[in-house]
Design a protein around this ligand. Structure first.
Ligand code: DAH
Length: 347
């Protein structure tokens, strides 16, 4: 076999391979195939020409032509498969149809305004050294009334009418004050606690009444505690929670479980003391009831009322939340209307 023949065959192979590489579609590959391997193709012509070679050269030339033919057939098939693959992916992309639904957003929820206010109130008292205690919502009459110096037949019991269970052996607590009793029953003095919780009264709901609401009770009993401590703690609380410029005043009052008893008013936040609808023209808002723990309460839990003294207070969480956020109706806290609740997102 002459070198020029080998050279020509190899060159044909290289050319066809190069053309295949840049062939950009199945039609072009087919055209290359026909032109090379078809009946009148370039390689076919070379195969036919072998017969005209001297007999000694024929086997080698035949072998080379066949090898090139096999190689090109394989290259053509590979290129065809390649193009079919990319054609498919192009079509898939162009004709793609997204049948997935966007995921349904799961609301993260938000803290209830009463939870926010309770946590903020407790924070202030924690910084003053109070710890947090809690008690049951279903109470005994002893804890809710008698131990708090409210004997059967006492008029204060009428005001705090509630739902009784198990005959009249248990009741839904009417205030958080029974937690004072439970704390003192289970510990030794001194105690300094705040007790948040839900309370119940048989009230007809209206803008300012609800048969259930929340209170925070406070109790500090220790040797040497006086009215001055009460005044300091509660005024300090108002200043920390509502602002250092808010005025306060104490008024005498009556609770069976404190002596003396008082109520703490704060300057109306809306009119700053000038008088408006919220404060009924007085410039003051009632904030909480308080007093020095009655000796009878200390004796009821077996604590020596000659040695220990203390003060206590109780306040409504809804009332504070209504003032803080300007909520006009207490029922809004319990209706679970998300349009109301969403306004507290992120607070
Ligand atoms: N328990 C009272 C109520 O529900 C609030 C209260 C007043 C609690 C004075 C106290 C207190 O501890 O000293 O109306």
């Amino acid at each position: 076999m002459t070198e020029s023949l080998r050279e020509r065959l190899e060159q044909l192979r290289r050319e066809v391979e190069r053309e295949l590489e840049t062939a950009n579609g199945p039609a072009r590959v087919e055209e290359i195939r026909v032109r090379t391997l078809g009946k009148k193709g370039a390689l076919t012509a070379e195969a036919k020409a072998i017969g005209a070679l001297p007999p000694a050269e024929r086997p080698e030339a035949g072998e080379l032509v066949n090898a090139i033919k096999d190689a090109l057939e394989a290259a053509i098939a590979a290129r065809e498969a390649d193009l079919a693959g990319s054609e498919l992916s192009r079509r898939l992309e162009a004709e793609a149809l997204d049948v997935t639904l966007p995921a349904r957003r799961r609301g993260q929820g938000t803290r209830h305004p009463l939870s926010i206010v309770t946590a903020d109130l407790l924070d202030v008292f924690r910084r003053m050294g109070f710890s947090v205690a809690s008690g049951p919502e279903v109470e005994t009459p002893w804890h809710n009334f008698e131990a708090l110096n409210i004997p059967a037949g006492h008029p204060a019991r009428e005001e705090m009418d509630t739902i009784y269970l198990a005959g009249r052996d248990l009741l839904l607590r009417t205030h958080t004050s029974p937690v004072q009793i439970r704390v003192m029953e289970s510990r030794e003095p001194p105690v300094r606690v705040v007790c948040p919780g839900r309370v119940f009264r048989s009230d007809t709901p209206d803008a300012s009444h609800s048969p259930y609401f929340h209170q925070i009770e406070g109790l500090w009993v220790e040797e040497g505690i006086s009215l001055a401590h009460l005044k300091w703690a509660l005024v300090e609380f108002v200043h920390q929670f509502f602002g250092p410029d808010v005025d306060t005043r104490f008024r005498p009052s009556y609770f069976p479980f404190t002596e003396p008893s008082g109520e703490l008013d704060m300057q109306c936040l809306l009119c700053r003391g000038g008088g408006c609808r919220t404060c009924k023209g007085t410039g003051w808002l009632e904030l909480l009831g308080c007093g020095m723990v009655h000796p009878a309460v200390l004796e009821a839990v077996g604590w020596d009322s000659e040695r220990y003294t203390g003060f206590a207070w109780g306040m409504g969480v809804e009332r504070v939340a209504m003032l803080k956020y300007g909520v006009p109706d207490i029922r809004m806290f319990f209706e679970n209307d998300v349009r109301f609740l969403r306004q507290f997102e992120g607070r």
